[in-house]
Design a protein around this ligand. Structure first.
Ligand SMILES: Cc1cc2nc3c(=O)[nH]c(=O)nc-3n(C[C@H](O)[C@H](O)[C@H](O)COP(=O)(O)O)c2cc1C
Length: 382
């Protein structure tokens, strides 16, 4: 399957343009069709208090606002995550620049391993991509609307989700300011989580690894003591002891995951991993591809080996700490673009599978997976 035109996100336009004008097609509601296909065959999973027959969900990132959240629900994704919110307004890279840089480009799928992280990858605008073999790099700078803008949207969407039986995750992140201490930072997370809870959000993701931003902002998960301060403060701020807390982490080693889980497991419910991997993306003339940063963040098939490795590390860490960490589900959050790949994750013990790129570049995915389950007569509980 080869795609040259995408109707969900126009890579030649700015993020703000896409947010306002996209998606660029009428989206029909596929839920009834999917339900019918999954009548006899299914992959059943518990999502806290909710049971689903199709455990493929959208991660934080591609769903920028209410409109985008609703189209993902119509596509058949059962759990959908808001793009990460901040306590301040922030424009995406390049939104107000005269020269339009790209925020997403397709890259060739060169295999990335531990040694080649941060290496150079040459991209080209004409690069034709195939769904089963694609990788992208993106750099947005984690833009956010202001609280008075996003807050009513969450309330409205929670209502919509109730009617349509969809589950929502609200993702939040801190924003650094000059001379901030870890306690100010933790308060920013706690404040955002409390506001999200106030809108009836029951599942909140603390983004502790936000690669497309600078310095300390992206690497907060790398400090276990600080991560613990953030999580315990957030728990203190939340009113409802049933509110679920997810943390998003990056690629790292088993011993680190183990120490992290050991310290944080009493306060968190699930871990989402692994986000994206940094590479230097340049064009044929050695010009940097994406706005602002020399390095940008890669996902897709290129990071396959690293992702498999990281998830195995997480799984082993959980097994080593079984008594303490058995309640922590590990959510695979990287590259699922087609039904076969989805099944590979499920067969390899995945507790849940999330995708980001597919929600933009293969939104037929839930329908394709449902058909695959039906065709292969799969009945499975995970
Ligand atoms: C367009 C785009 C925007 C993203 N924005 C965010 C974000 O705001 N917050 C976040 O935690 N992760 C963000 N991510 C990372 C994804 O949630 C996910 O961890 C990563 O892309 C790997 O999944 P994938 O291979 O299915 O894309 C973004 C990814 C993409 C492709």
């Amino acid at each position: 399957m080869e795609n040259t035109l995408n109707k969900r996100y126009d890579i030649h336009k700015t993020f703000e343009y896409n947010k306002e004008k996209g998606p660029f097609e009428r989206i029909s509601d596929k839920n009834k069709r999917i339900k019918k296909i999954l009548w006899n065959y299914w992959i059943m999973a518990d999502f806290f208090w909710y049971k689903t027959n199709l455990p493929i969900w959208v991660a934080a990132g591609p769903l920028y606002n209410e409109k985008y959240m609703k189209w993902a629900a119509k596509d058949g994704f059962e759990v959908i995550t808001w793009k990460t919110f901040r306590s301040i307004h922030r424009l995406a890279h390049a939104s107000d620049w005269k020269y339009i840089w790209h925020n997403i480009v397709f890259i060739p799928t060169t295999k990335i391993n531990e040694k080649s992280i941060w290496n150079k990858v040459v991209w080209s605008l004409d690069y034709k991509w195939k769904i089963e073999n694609m990788s992208i790099t993106n750099s947005f700078w984690m833009p956010s609307d202001t609280i008075p803008e996003w807050l009513p949207s969450i309330v409205r969407l929670e209502q919509y989700a109730k009617e349509k039986q969809k589950q929502i995750i609200t993702s939040v992140v801190w924003t650094p300011k000059e001379n901030w201490t870890i306690h100010d930072l933790a308060l920013d997370y706690a404040f955002l989580a409390r506001i999200a809870e106030f809108t009836w959000s029951k599942i909140i993701e603390l983004n502790l690894s936000c690669p497309n931003v600078s310095g300390a902002e992206w690497s907060i998960f790398k400090d276990i003591e600080n991560s613990l301060i953030i999580v315990t403060n957030t728990r203190k701020f939340l009113h409802n002891s049933n509110t679920k807390l997810l943390v998003k982490m990056w690629y790292t080693y088993k011993s680190y995951y183990k120490d992290f889980m050991d310290a944080l497991s009493p306060y968190i419910d699930w871990i989402v991993a692994i986000n994206t991997i940094p590479m230097e993306i340049i064009d044929k003339k050695w010009k940097q591809a994406l706005a602002w940063w020399k390095n940008s963040w890669t996902c897709g098939k290129a990071i396959l080996d690293l992702a498999v490795n990281a998830v195995a590390n997480l799984k082993e860490a959980k097994i080593d700490l079984w008594e303490k960490a058995k309640h922590i589900k590990i959510i695979w959050c990287w590259w699922v673009m087609d039904a076969e790949w989805f099944m590979r994750h499920i067969d390899a013990w995945a507790e849940f599978v999330m995708c980001a790129t597919a929600a933009l570049f293969n939104p037929e995915l839930p329908l394709e997976i449902a058909k695959y389950i039906n065709k292969n007569k799969i009945k499975k509980i995970i």
